[in-house]
Design a protein around this ligand. Sequence first.
Ligand code: BG6
Length: 469
Amino acid sequence: MSVVHDKLPDDFFFGAALSGPQTEGMWQRMGKLENLWDTWSNLDLGAFHNRVGSYAGNDMGTRFAEDWQTFASLGFTSARTSIQWSRLLDADGKLNPEGAEFYHRLFAAAREAGVEPFVNLYHFDMPAYLFRRGGWESREVVEAYAHYAATAFAEFGQEIEHWFTFNEPIVEPEQRYEHGNWYPFLHDYQRARSVQYGISLAHSLAVNAFREAQAAGVVRPDARIGLINCFTPPYTRENPSDADLEAVRMTDGICNRWWLDLVTCGTLPTDVIETLTERGIELPTRPWDEQILAQGKVDWLGFNYYHPARVQAPASDVDEYGQPVFAQEYTWPDAVMNESRGWEIYPQGIYDFAMTMARDYPDLEWFVSENGIGIEEDRAERDEQGRICDATYRVPFVRDHLRWIARAIDEGAKCRGYHYWGAIDCWSWNNAYKNRYGFVEVDLAHDYVRRPKESAAWIAEVARTHRIS
Ligand code: BG6
């Protein structure tokens, strides 16, 4: 960057991103039902780093008053967490009063600390009994989700201003159904896209339920609803072939444009659907689906950014499981890697994608809803005061991303804020506590005690001054 963009607008907000299943713990208390993470943990605890299964969270369920204060001390004015479907409703789809009471207390404590709670309704945490009925491939489950969303709006509608239907709806289709990484470990491209379609309908039904609840005065008039996805700006190699560009089109189409079109136009990208059909992949459509999807337009969007997508034409049209392949990974020779996570660090990607949105979806308001760096055991180096020395890598990571965000805003992007992922270390899917993201340490050996890391003072200063030092 020739000009350094180091100032963010005065009304730009800073905050934290977290999720219910990764923080709450209390997995069998207050009437909480089993979700798919509990199912997998019960089946095979060895699949989780150091055998730390879904039960752990980071003990926020009991320490939330302290944690909201900690976020406030970092200069954060908002934080997004999620309600767990498996805690709010019982197996008959009725409100679980203990679960509801827990979330009322959680949100009230956030407010008391001066932190605005943003509420997401689903973070990869399908209740096990609904998975057994078909999960996102089943219309019954899609409708059950709409009912769950409507129940949440009725219960918290006067408290919560910022709602989100899903976090990263692209991830379950890919991880559970396409790449076989997460329970139930499938390699089935057709089912992955059916799941993606089911989630798209569920999102749209929930947005409709929100609009109805707002019109009826159940949801407060200033409330807004959005969707959060991990968008990956796609790149290919220099001097690409037509086939490389085709790989970019489909990667972008499935991961990015699918959701952007849904939330801005209430449609799915026709070029993507046509290519899928040509390859024998059919979405399980029904006659009234277009009207349902048309209701999927949101008030704003969350953009989770960790890494770009670098793709090229695939060597073969099908993989070892006989499944269609539209792109394969391209290793960019200049890539800087976070080796702990295996993700490329490419701060400019946030700017590139911001400018794509400004060009193709100019009315869409958004915020960076997750960004962060997870390093294995935070390299375990400490200073004399016992603080983890993370400033040499965590500060430049965040600083560089913020500078590209500032530049995008200076050039017209409608980005309103930044939420850092896992600001207090938390449990992370099958990596559990391997990679630490926090500005604040969670000490597992000492009953989840929290301790600020070296980077905490830096982010607090940036969040207060809006100067990216
Ligand atoms: C996002 C998710 O994909 O990335 C979070 O919304 C997740 O739930 C975060 O924890 C970091 O990824 P990971 O796999 O390192 O925890």
